[in-house]
Write a protein that binds this ligand. Structure first.
Ligand SMILES: Nc1ncnc2c1ncn2[C@@H]1O[C@H](COP(=O)(O)OP(=O)(O)OP(=O)(O)O)[C@@H](O)[C@H]1O
Length: 216
């Protein structure tokens, strides 16, 4: 089981005169098996922190430890590999490929991660069933609702069994009933799989269900 820890992480964004400090000497921990809520006002740096945690962005200072690996010290190629093999990232938009069906989204991601996609079809279908999409397996992404797209993205991330799951605003596009169900699903899955799960959110439903909180 893998823990994520940030030690003294600082990030500034923008160029020249527009360069702005966004994260200043941040220390934070996200334990395996726990849904950790990342909360704070708009513009406080939640998405930036997710990007640093997911090896998308290298901090200017500090260490980002995923298990024993300092993501801040890796080369670009090594960080790309960590992203492919160890991190599941669910963006607010879902980030799906419009022309592919829900099942194909998962199989394409498996293929990119170097897994034998042809042998994984049944597992992909059951990952989608787990997020309540058994009836949408063969719908193209551009014909899914916003909430269904995000659940497909969640199934895709979980399907690859990441050490670290990063989710940006999972409940922004769903109604209150679905928000509670989706939050419960994320918390249960984190616990069952022992996956460190960091969720940026403005939603009190998510914050209340979380086992830990990082406040920005
Ligand atoms: N490329 C950039 N150049 C300069 N400033 C940036 C850049 N990207 C983001 N910022 C600034 O960094 C700050 C943090 O942004 P970030 O998206 O991490 O906040 P957030 O907490 O996720 O916000 P929200 O809740 O609205 O999504 C904001 O003030 C934003 O304007």
């Amino acid at each position: 089981m893998t823990e994520l820890t940030l030690h003294g992480v600082s990030v500034s964004l923008g160029r020249g005169d527009a360069r702005t400090p966004v994260l200043r000497a941040v220390d934070a921990t996200c334990a395996p098996g726990v849904l950790t809520a990342l909360v704070g006002p708009s513009g406080s740096g939640k998405s930036t922190l997710l990007a640093v945690a997911g090896a998308l962005l290298r901090p200017d200072e500090g260490r980002v430890l995923l298990g024993g690996t300092d993501l801040a010290a890796l080369t670009d190629a090594e960080r790309a590999r960590v992203r492919r093999e160890r991190v599941g990232y669910v963006f607010q938009s879902g980030n799906l490929l419009g022309g592919l069906t829900a099942v194909e989204q998962l199989l394409a991601a498996a293929s990119v991660a170097g897994r034998p996609a042809r042998r994984l079809r049944a597992a992909a279908e059951s990952a989608l069933a787990e997020v309540g999409l058994a009836h949408r397996l063969h719908h193209r992404a551009d014909r899914l609702s916003g909430g269904e797209r995000q659940r497909t993205a969640l199934a895709r991330a979980l399907f690859l069994e990441p050490d670290l799951l990063l989710i940006d605003e999972p409940t922004a596009a769903v109604d209150r009933t679905q928000a509670a169900a989706l939050t419960a699903l994320i918390a249960t899955t984190a616990k069952q799989r022992g996956c460190a799960t960091l969720v940026a959110t403005h939603d009190p439903v998510v914050a209340e269900a979380a086992g830990a909180t990082i406040a920005r």
